[in-house]
Design a protein around this ligand. Sequence first.
Ligand SMILES: Cc1cc2nc3c(=O)[nH]c(=O)nc-3n(C[C@H](O)[C@H](O)[C@H](O)COP(=O)(O)OP(=O)(O)OC[C@H]3O[C@@H](n4cnc5c(N)ncnc54)[C@H](O)[C@@H]3O)c2cc1C
Length: 351
Amino acid sequence: MSAAARTQVAIVGAGPAGLLLAHVLHLAGIESTVLESRSRAYVEGRVRAGVLEYQTAELLDETGVGARMRREGLVHTGFELRFDGRSRRIDFEELTDGKFVTVYGQQEVVRDLIAARLAANLEIGFETEVLAIDADAGEVATLRYRDPAGNERTIEADFIAGCDGFHGPCRAAIPDDVLRVYDHVFPFAWLGILAETPPPSEELIYANHDDGFALVSMRSKTVSRLYLQCRNDEDLRRWPDERIWAELRTRLDSEGTGLDVVEGRVLQKGITPMRSFVCEPMRYGRLFLAGDSAHIVPPTGAKGMNLAIADVRVLARALTAYLRAARRSRSTRTPRRACGAFGRRSDSRRI
Ligand SMILES: Cc1cc2nc3c(=O)[nH]c(=O)nc-3n(C[C@H](O)[C@H](O)[C@H](O)COP(=O)(O)OP(=O)(O)OC[C@H]3O[C@@H](n4cnc5c(N)ncnc54)[C@H](O)[C@@H]3O)c2cc1C
């Protein structure tokens, strides 16, 4: 094992939280190292959330990564609640003094953030799996990882940011007698499809029906995200595409209402369990959790990515203030750059 590299903030995970944190810290002159277990292609292709709240879009703009979102994102100023085949529109622009949401896929946000980091000549360690974290031992935190060539290495950091999602190792580094967890699994799930078809409506529709809830959402003008409430133990094999389309029409009660559910190629199909989870504390020693590593919510409110980004806004401000003050008082060690620690794989590159 080579000598430990050194950075100011070691960030575990290149999802929206980790990438945005690295970006905001870079703008503030704070050095960070990003380690991500998956490949660049995988994280850039991972379709998940797609609704950016006003403040999220604003932060992307403020930090210079919002141009494509503003060009390609779909602005929504309201949504529909549907009961008995009749819709009631909730105008949140009117209710919130002019605020709106922007439909822009999480994978697009991730692509924009990766492009910004690489354009700044900074590294992202893809295919680099974090194995262990030690954040409670005094002046420095350490993190052990496996690089793309299979070598185990260590990084030392002033702080570790656990942006590693729900299943990552960071939350598990907080001792059991310190960590408090609040968890609720709902007694139903959502069967979701991503389909190559124009959304049946320009805005989101939340539909109530005796057969269960249905949601019309979208990722672009040509790609729809459609959900049906189902049982927790639902077997996906019982849901061929034809059954899904028929059930969507029934639950949206679309007949004769001008709501056009046009069948298209199903690109993705899956069951999403409905779960609310939050843990405390979000800080343990020199480790901070942000995003899904600390809390998850069901996709009903399109909150997950927005909460992750809200965490980053607060965490980046705090880390910047602390590390700048520490630099002024010369109480931190001079960081030795961790760049080049990830081997020479093509997508772990500096450009
Ligand atoms: C399957 C799924 C579907 C979803 N669908 C929706 C939706 O339709 N609408 C909605 O609003 N929200 C949805 N969400 C929620 C939303 O996508 C998340 O809230 C958001 O991704 C949180 O961002 P994050 O950066 O905190 O975590 P993540 O995006 O999960 O990023 C964490 C990163 O850490 C990496 N990582 C994990 N372990 C390690 C390790 N040991 N070493 C290095 N890297 C590691 C992971 O590979 C990942 O890239 C969905 C979430 C999931 C999981």
